[in-house]
Design a protein around this ligand. Sequence first.
Ligand code: PRP
Ligand code: URA
Length: 209
Amino acid sequence: MDNVTQITHPLVLHKLALIRDKNTGSKDFRELVEEVAMLMAYEVTRSFQTEDIEIETPIAKTTCRMLSGKKVAVIPILRAGLGMVSGVLKIIPTARVGHIGLYRDETTLKPVEYFCKLPQDIGEREIIVTDPMLATGGSAIDAIAMLKRKGAKNIKLMCLIAAREGIKAVMKAHPDIHMYTAAVDEKLNENGYIVPGLGDAGDRLYGTK
Ligand code: PRP
Ligand code: URA
């Protein structure tokens, strides 16, 4: 699929292996998720526009390139998406941050909305939605639909691990977005968890059960 990019940089792969390891505790898990998000943001922002800017170095005047396109909003899907925000902000420190609260009902696996707070000028911004896990795709589909209802247009979705069926579902529902993931896993188990995945991302980030 043209608008799905798998980011396979060696540093991303290495850190993702550590993230997947069940013996990685919450402190290291949080730090690694932040680091991978920062590395992925480098690729996610590759299409951003730049323009010529005249500057003066201590030696001479010169023409350089600087960002010229739309401003950015990072929108984590709570809770687990929050773990990726600080990594993105490390390289885009002026981005606004909106929040969408969704959790997956454990029985139906359908997303339930509980919070939405977005920058007012969401329609004028490049949107980077963060969520480490894309399983059935239901949460991302609903979050992106919420964003579109509020006027968002340029949407990129950034995940760490996506199940094949989740990718298909998101792309069917929102063919206009671009999606980035570090891994594509084969299947979901009977409880809707990605196999091999990394377990429950929110619980591993925050030490809950
Ligand atoms: C997880 C994950 C995604 C969702 C993926 O969140 O962070 O948001 O599940 O599943 P889906 O693609 O089948 O919708 P969860 O509902 O566990 O909430 P949490 O982040 O608060 O733990
Ligand atoms: N949410 C998670 O946190 N992990 C999965 O494997 C699926 C959904």
